[in-house]
Design a protein around this ligand. Structure first.
Ligand SMILES: [Zn+2]
Length: 86
């Protein structure tokens, strides 16, 4: 079991510095999309079996894609007043 390759150490850090909830969600959502896509790309093919991770990743990507406009900082949550008064 000595197959640790010389890949550079990778760190994932997501930091959002905003007092705007909508903006925070947009940033984290975009970051999640990127990570999911990367994980799915790196995921090895294995045909013929159900894969819980793949189902999860595709669901998440699907949801984020369907609401892509919500991942931009100037998304408008127009159905309700989420911004509070001010
Ligand atoms: Zn899989």
């Amino acid at each position: 079991m000595d197959e640790i390759e010389n890949v550079p150490h990778r760190e994932y850090a997501i930091s959002v510095n905003t007092d705007n909830l909508q903006e925070a969600i947009a940033s984290v959502g975009s970051a999640l999309y990127g990570l999911m896509e990367e994980a799915l790309t790196a995921h090895e093919d294995h045909e013929g079996e159900d894969c819980e991770f793949e189902a999860f990743a595709r669901d998440v990507l699907g949801v984020l894609m369907r609401h892509a406009e919500q991942l931009s900082a100037d998304a408008v949550w127009s159905d309700q007043e989420h911004q509070g008064s001010g």
